[in-house]
Design a protein around this ligand. Sequence first.
Ligand SMILES: Cc1cc2nc3c(=O)[nH]c(=O)nc-3n(C[C@H](O)[C@H](O)[C@H](O)COP(=O)(O)OP(=O)(O)OC[C@H]3O[C@@H](n4cnc5c(N)ncnc54)[C@H](O)[C@@H]3O)c2cc1C
Length: 463
Amino acid sequence: MSTHSLDPELGDAVAAPGSTVLAGFPSVSVLEEDRQRVSTDRSGFVPETLPDGVVAARSVEDVVDTLRLASLHRIPVVPRGAGTGLAAASSSRAGELVLDVSGMNRILRIDPEEQLAVVEPGVLNADLNAAAAEYGLFYAPDPASTAICSIGGNIATNAGGMRCAKYGVTRESVLALRVILADGRELRTGRETIKGVSGYDLNALMIGSEGTLGVVVEATLRLRPQPVHTATVAAFFPDVTAAARAASAVVAARIQPSVMELMDGPTLEAVDMAMGTDYRAKGGAFLLVQTDGYGAFLEQDVVMDVVSPLGSCEKAVDDEHAAALMTARREAIPSLEKLGRVSIGDIGVPRGRLAEVVSGLEDISARTGVRIFTIAHASDGNLHPMIVMDPEDSVTTGPAKVALGEMFHLAKRLGGTLTGEHGIGLLKRDWLEEEVGAVPLEVMNTIRTALDPLGILNPGKGL
Ligand SMILES: Cc1cc2nc3c(=O)[nH]c(=O)nc-3n(C[C@H](O)[C@H](O)[C@H](O)COP(=O)(O)OP(=O)(O)OC[C@H]3O[C@@H](n4cnc5c(N)ncnc54)[C@H](O)[C@@H]3O)c2cc1C
């Protein structure tokens, strides 16, 4: 990225295209190509304007200096990791300054004895896993975007992923954080020990706060021993309702899969088209189930017993076969992005209600006329109904907005939630109060104001 550092002593003030004067900000760029690059994420949201500038932070000091100056001049700041978010939470607009921390990407320490890692926020999820693997360890939260998303973004969205079925979401793997508050003060949350309950849990408060409470500049993360065995089952069903029933049956069988991913027929078709595979020919919906640990193969047999009455199942023959099945799932979103603009739902329902929710989604598609493709982290009851539109259509208005609202109301009727792992961002704010209620929203706003009284951190997002 081409940038220019500005020295306030030289009076080298740069007026950004908006009215913002960005003198003194570290490594700031006002080039249009840089502002364009950071203006949105992978949600399909297209902002009408570009941010005034981008700070490419390389150090904690850069973040502190940026936030101090932004507070002084009351410039709104949008923290940004890798920009793979799906809720437009890191999108930006005129009058705002983007604080890009993707260049703070060093793994500072791996402690194999304590099974933890200390990292900067821009480290990519997959890079941490590759480094941990050298010690026979792994970092559990694995969004399908593992190769392209950052740990800071994962923390700010409380990201989930495939292995969360057994190992929990990001929250379960964060031990401690170093956070820079809106006014430039440093806040340390959590501790390196596995247990610790002194004071309020500020760690948990920061996780999932979508860049609205502070900027994560360092994270101490829990690693886990790599499982000794992993066993994989691929199951195909006549339709998505049968696949959803099978997933609920696996949960009810009281075993603990490490991965249980569902894809409907139209998504299989899109993956086949993008990757040259032939999964759709095998059935109208697909369930991928992995079990791991010492009992992996015993649990795999239970999966086969439970699922085979509902569909055709096979055990993966080797690691390569298992990896190909995982790749098909990881490629679902990129494959759909080849068909048009994609707006991704993220509803969560109780796991016994998966069949009801998938048939409800079919009704929504028929009623609203939008094309909905469904994938799900089935063992968490977390579905991603994906609306594929024409490239010029908007994700914030029209039929896509109507369908997103209907999805939320469907999930709510079934005792579920608006967002399981992608966050509220800009795209889901309209429904937040309806889910959480007025008093919780008021408390959240009070906390936000206490930490950021000038309201400069990611305004218009989250709450
Ligand atoms: C193909 C694909 C598959 C995906 N699969 C999954 C999945 O399985 N599970 C899942 O949970 N998500 C998934 N995602 C969504 C996305 O990858 C996650 O939300 C991820 O955590 C975002 O990380 P990021 O670094 O890209 O963050 P960004 O998009 O840059 O930012 C996301 C939010 O975090 C804030 N933020 C970023 N860095 C910091 C920081 N250092 N301090 C404070 N705030 C910060 C931003 O302000 C914004 O609010 C997928 C996305 C794609 C494109």
